[in-house]
Design a protein around this ligand. Sequence first.
Ligand SMILES: C[S@@+](CC[C@H](N)C(=O)[O-])C[C@H]1O[C@@H](n2cnc3c(N)ncnc32)[C@H](O)[C@@H]1O
Length: 512
Amino acid sequence: MNDLLQSHAKRSSGSVECLGLTFPSEEARREHFLTLLAEKLKDTTFRKQDGFPQGTDEAILAMSDPPYYTACPNPWLPDFVAQTGTPYDPAKDYRREPMAIDVSIGKSDPVYKAHSYHTKVPHLAIVPSILHFTEPGDIVLDGFAGSGMTGIAAQWCGVASQTYRLQIESEWKKAGFGSPKWGARKAIINELSPAATSIAAGLNFPFDVSYFEARAKSMLTSVQKKLGWMFETKHTDGKSTGRIDFTVWSEVFTCSNCAGEIIFFDEAFDPDSKTVSKEIDCPHCSASATKENMDLVFETFLDTPKGTTERRPRRVPVLIKYAVGRRSFEKKPDSYDIDVIKRVEELGLAENLPTHTLPDCQMTRVGRMKTTNTTSIHHMYLPREAHVLSALWGEAQKEPDARIRNALKFWLDSHFTNMSILNRYRPEVSFPYNPLTGVFYVPSQIAEADPFKAYDNKLKRLISAFSQNHAVAGSSIVSTGTAAKLNLPDSSIDYIFTDPPFGENIYYADLN
Ligand SMILES: C[S@@+](CC[C@H](N)C(=O)[O-])C[C@H]1O[C@@H](n2cnc3c(N)ncnc32)[C@H](O)[C@@H]1O
């Protein structure tokens, strides 16, 4: 680690050029622009503009890496254009033939899979449009950029592999188009949601991948040493220790015929066919029942951050999938498991778990968020997941290099939904992470997945994605604000690739 630390310090200490200025290091560049951004945030006219995020100055500054990324409207967009743009040339022919492109390709690429985002468009599906409609060095704008894939696509035109180039060239030849002009384009990435722009910034800017990998691994090891016991179980042989892959939690109902309590999963799950039936027979009176005609059983608990007594569905652990060595097993939780769960509960609220109340929005007004009384972020995590995520976040916060710190948070954030109570247990699929996409849906059977395994696997994927050298410093600039009013000079954009929000199909604001 010490060697890595030294080589990382060496790599980040060389002088850097940024928007026409030279700095002795990346840290000096960041400090300079952070000071300017902090001053700008005090300007009430700047803050009053439409689409300005509702964050504090501290939160905006903590997320930002100016001038490349600001978690608010980016004041350096005009400078980016002045530095990188090519003035309009009336003598040049800017016309292009129309071109139809399949935007669904590239969904298995590691960069696409690095971090999910609602209705994400793969960069490989955007590249052909950019190649066709622009030239190297041109400025591409995406005003509704979501996770910033247009920025990746613009940079990809300069770093695409030989195999990819040959494939595109041969496809274009067959379709009667000329040869593409390879070479990176510049991208202006704008998006209303800070949650989305933080993903875009995570993807669009290069960083020291080996150092990131070493830091992430050491975080996992240190948290696993402290909290790994939470995901251990005893094998049915009574001797060996197993690692829990996931624990299924089921809601409890009352039979509308006899008022007896029913642990839904115990009656509905058929382990042979791996299906959960919709209709069950009450174990007390044999009356047939469905979830719809039974009442959910609630328990009261002291919601410490709110200082009030609240209600939440009673959830009980009903199934554990675990591994001993390379072999997988399933069992019903036993007294050892119940004891571990109790010990975790006794630890109280995890230190770094956000306790914000969810704002009033469509997602919380209706459906299972409403009927399960899920009103705050800390309601969305079972205690074990909360403790491990909180400890990992605490470790990430300690990283002094801002770019690496953000990369670590990007890695953690990429699994936050999968580690929450939104993760449905779906026995029919082998993939362990199954939240319903496009909504907040609290399932009746939750799969509480092993966070250590989740982050270990994700880390391998991120390394594979980021080692491809997809991002080039200074090629993209990311801004958080409304596309309705962009701080850009007239006639400064060569091409717009955008995928705007469509009607009420997806509640981006609520989900973000
Ligand atoms: C269809 S998504 C774009 C997804 C993107 N193509 C990707 O690959 O991640 C549309 C985006 O528009 C954003 N949006 C909605 N209203 C906006 C506005 N006024 N200005 C900028 N972005 C907005 C939403 O937050 C959402 O992320």
